[in-house]
Ligand binder design. Structure first.
Ligand code: FAD
Ligand code: FES
Length: 286
């Protein structure tokens, strides 16, 4: 994990309200694992800004400089503008400074299942991209991607370029199938009962995915969003109740250190709260 004062390489709006930021990030290509995140702080802002957590969408190398300088590593995040921090971020440009702390947290465990199914709700697709890139080396991968409307469906062609089979659903039917992504999951699991499932999205969607997988004994890992102040296990602002939690014997899990990815069986699902709908989709339980 490193704390870097570094530079933005690009920051573009990719759909209404959604931005993709590429940041110079030495060390990230070799150290970042699928499902990890970083904390980002804007430097030189008008208002002092706490660090904000963002999933690592992908890492890569910029080609070597024509003057013989070595290639440079970058990290990309995809974010939705929802409040003061992300509003400040959307107005940043190439060359502006940011501070990034990462890679942080525990990412996905890659399971050797015959079929791998990724379920993304809106901006929840972010931590699934690096996971997909790893899983396609082992076999067939399907991405089930849901959102309220077509604007919430991001980066699907990038997943397809990796060799992932994609299934899109929107609540209003403006792209792909009309309906909930969880309905698509039920149909997929009827055909593929041996699958492993990996999901990220709003809590209501994750809870529904958990219900579907638990009823079929399908292994599930979920990436959670929680309020995070420090990102490194110091403030305990991000804790969620673990499966063994009771009033008498409290068991809390730190989302930033022990997560953000958890096996479904680690969590006390009825205590899990929706921090807020940041993903652009608002799945209901089927
Ligand atoms: C591990 C992790 C990975 C994340 N990855 C992404 C990502 O890849 N892309 C993305 O767009 N967002 C992601 N988020 C959510 C992102 O951190 C928040 O949207 C961001 O911090 C909001 O900052 P803001 O200053 O714009 O909003 P604020 O002005 O701080 O708040 C605006 C609203 O959002 C709520 N809020 C603030 N922070 C969070 C939070 N962490 N979780 C839930 N609600 C919050 C506030 O209560 C308020 O209602 C992630 C969060 C976590 C914990
Ligand atoms: S955010 Fe501070 S402990 Fe997790």
């Amino acid at each position: 994990m490193t704390n870097l004062k570094t530079t933005i390489l690009s920051n573009q709006e990719v759909a209404p309200g959604y931005f993709r930021m590429r940041i110079l990030a030495p060390g990230f290509v070799t150290s970042a694992r699928p499902g990890q995140f970083l904390m980002l702080r804007v430097l030189d802002g008008m208002e002092p800004l706490l660090r904000r957590p963002f999933g690592i969408f992908r890492t890569g190398w910029l080609p070597a400089d024509c003057q013989g300088l070595p290639p440079k590593e970058y990290v990309e995040i995809l974010y939705k503008v929802v409040g003061s921090g992300t509003t400040l971020m959307k107005d940043l440009h190439q060359g502006d400074g940011v501070e990034i702390l990462g890679p942080l947290g525990k990412g996905f465990e890659l399971l050797d299942a015959p079929e791998q199914i990724l379920v993304g709700g809106g901006i929840g697709l972010v931590p699934l991209f690096m996971l997909a890139a790893q899983l396609v080396k082992r076999g067939r991968v399907r991405l089930l991607m849901g959102g309220r409307c077509r604007d919430d469906i991001l980066a699907v062609t990038e997943f397809e370029r990796l060799g992932v089979e994609t299934y899109v659903s929107t609540d209003d039917g403006s792209l792909g199938e009309a309906g909930l992504v969880t309905e698509v999951l039920v149909r997929q699991l009827e055909r593929l009962p041996q699958a492993a499932v990996y999901a990220c999205g709003p809590t209501a969607m994750l809870r529904a995915v958990h219900g579907i997988c638990a009823a079929r004994d399908v292994p599930l890992q979920v990436s959670l969003e929680a309020y995070m102040a420090c990102g490194v296990g110091a403030c305990l602002g991000c804790v969620v109740a673990g499966a063994e939690h009771t009033e008498q014997n409290p068991q809390y899990l730190c989302t930033c250190k022990e997560g953000p990815v958890f096996r479904a069986g680690q969590l006390l699902w009825h205590k899990l709260e929706e921090p807020r709908d940041v993903c652009g989709c608002n799945e209901e339980e089927p």
